[in-house]
Design a protein around this ligand. Structure first.
Ligand code: B1M
Length: 208
């Protein structure tokens, strides 16, 4: 089973075939990181490219995303290290107005694997929900955004934490395809990560 097969199953939105081909690749000794980056994520990039060019529409993006998620479920135990005691509590969610959750789920998975207690608030999360999580003991708030139009809701969430008087006691990390380190600085976030494994490292640094 090669990476190209997995890649094509994701693009075609074939859920069962994606899960089966990931499983087969793992049993043949293909590295989980290669499956993630060179097949699953690469396929989503291609789906995005086809969407931009008008070859794909929202339904195709959606079924490809479902296939990707089914592959990720098989991959999950191989990506996370496990066995580490809770290193801190983080509440993570995709910001208000944004329904993309694959990247956020991957970050949550890596954080769990790195030993953090993760509260997943889901997608389209109102700033006040993040505030509530901080009140309930989250030491880090993780914000994900995939749309340029929802990036501004990261700043609104940071403002809501300030207004609630909580900014001094929580750290904020942001990420997602359109987010940059420069943008993170501008909106007053404490950390930025371009990918899921860096996110786990950055959160650890923030809590040190
Ligand atoms: Co949408 N979509 N989508 N979409 N979609 C994008 C993002 C887009 C770039 C496609 C394109 O035009 N090329 C484009 C945004 C353009 C822009 O804003 N500039 C777009 C659009 C326009 C839209 C709609 C508006 C389409 C419409 O309805 N007309 C609509 C918006 C809905 C909404 O949110 N309100 C929409 C809808 C959807 C679906 C629902 C169909 C589906 C999402 C399904 C789901 O998530 N369950 C979808 C998909 C699948 C995509 C693409 C194809 C793939 C996204 C993805 O999962 N990537 C995407 C194109 C692309 O990104 N190439 C696209 C794989 C994932 C692992 O990567 O999420 O970047 P990513 O996460 C990475 C890093 O960014 C980082 O780590 C992850 C792992 O390495 N990271 C963090 C993410 N969050 C982090 C948080 C951190 C740290 C790191 O700290 C807390």
């Amino acid at each position: 089973m090669n990476l190209e097969t997995i890649y094509h199953h994701v693009i075609s939105g074939e859920m069962d075939e994606t899960a089966e081909s990931v499983s087969a690749a793992l049993s043949q000794g293909v590295s989980p990181n290669d499956i993630l980056n060179k097949a699953l994520i690469a396929a989503m990039d291609e789906v995005g490219r086809r969407y931009e060019e008008g070859d794909f529409f929202v339904p195709e993006m959606l079924i490809a995303a479902r296939a990707m998620q089914s592959g990720l479920q098989v991959l999950k135990p191989h990506l996370v290290q496990g066995g580490v005691q809770s290193a801190g509590k983080i509440a993570i969610g995709t910001v208000k107005g944004d329904l993309h959750d694959i990247g956020k789920n991957l970050v949550a998975m890596m954080l769990e694997g790195a030993g953090f207690e993760v509260v997943d608030l889901g997608t389209d999360v109102d700033p006040q929900k993040f505030v509530q999580s901080a009140k309930e003991g989250a030491q880090v708030i993780g914000l994900s955004a995939l749309l340029t139009t929802t990036m501004s809701n990261m700043e609104l969430t940071i403002d809501a934490l300030k207004q609630a008087g909580l900014r001094g006691q929580v750290k904020v990390i942001v990420g997602g395809a359109p987010v940059t380190a420069e943008f993170a600085r501008q909106i007053g976030a404490d950390g930025f990560a371009p990918d899921a494994s860096t996110a786990a490292r950055v959160v650890r640094q923030l809590l040190d």
